[in-house]
Design a protein around this ligand. Structure first.
Ligand code: C5P
Length: 220
């Protein structure tokens, strides 16, 4: 089985308060995207395609080794992954889609996703339980109801797919579709999605506190 890793790295650094793309923000002196590529490689994924902001391609080329393929990302995460998928070599039968914003994903998470794909599941996501009480609010912020959390999960990346199933699901999607992950893309195409254990260390770097936490994690 041959897996290609697609790293979505074309987002902005707005919520992080950064003046450069989030994926280029340094963690312990290395750009987040370099950590994320290494995480996939450590878990056994050799071929990597990274979707980057078109105007920053040169900076990403400097940040990554020459065997990483770069493609121009799009206006949404969905468009960026679609561009990465289009650029994957024909030889790959599995696809792992990973957020550049999850730099410290342990290799075991990648291995668990690959193992579930090898067992024949067409779509696999790493998940964690929801530990906080979770509520629905109205437009003024008043609580309408408490959601029973036992069956809720937080979804991480890398998410793994049978390449044919993922490609077919993207082909069915409207060109301007904007979904927050790829499991939603295949589910829209009727593909069942199974879960494996995620890991708190695979947390997404979104706001400054997340970056501070990741820095502490690296120093441990
Ligand atoms: O914004 P958010 O943190 O949810 O983005 C998740 C991942 O998707 C990030 O790694 C980001 O770089 C990527 N992304 C992308 N193209 C976009 C928007 C986000 O590749 N247009």
């Amino acid at each position: 089985m041959h897996a290609v890793g697609i790293v979505a790295a074309a987002g902005s650094g707005l919520r992080l308060g950064a003046d450069l793309p989030k994926a280029l923000v340094p963690l312990a002196g290395r750009p987040l995207v370099a950590w994320s590529v290494d995480a996939l490689r450590a878990g056994g994924v050799a071929e990597i395609v990274v979707a980057v902001p078109a105007e920053q391609r040169a900076a990403f080329a400097r940040a990554l080794s020459a065997d990483v393929r770069l493609v121009d990302g799009g206006a949404s995460r969905t468009a960026s992954v679609r561009a990465g998928l289009d650029a994957a070599t024909a030889g790959a039968d599995l696809v792992l889609v990973h957020d550049a914003a999850r730099p410290l994903t342990p290799p075991d998470v990648v291995r668990r996703v690959l193992a579930a794909l090898a067992d024949g599941h067409p779509a696999v996501v790493p998940v964690l339980p929801v530990v906080d009480t979770t509520v629905v609010v109205d437009e003024r912020g008043a609580v309408i109801e408490t959601v029973p959390r036992a069956s809720l999960r937080r979804v991480q990346t890398p998410q793994g797919f049978d390449r044919v199933a993922l490609t077919a699901a993207y082909a069915l999607l409207a060109p301007d579709a904007d979904l927050t992950d790829d499991a939603a893309v295949v589910r829209a195409g009727g593909v069942p999605v199974v879960t494996v254990d995620g890991d708190e260390r695979a947390a997404k770097v979104t706001v400054p506190h997340d970056l501070a936490t990741a820095e502490l994690q690296v120093r441990r």
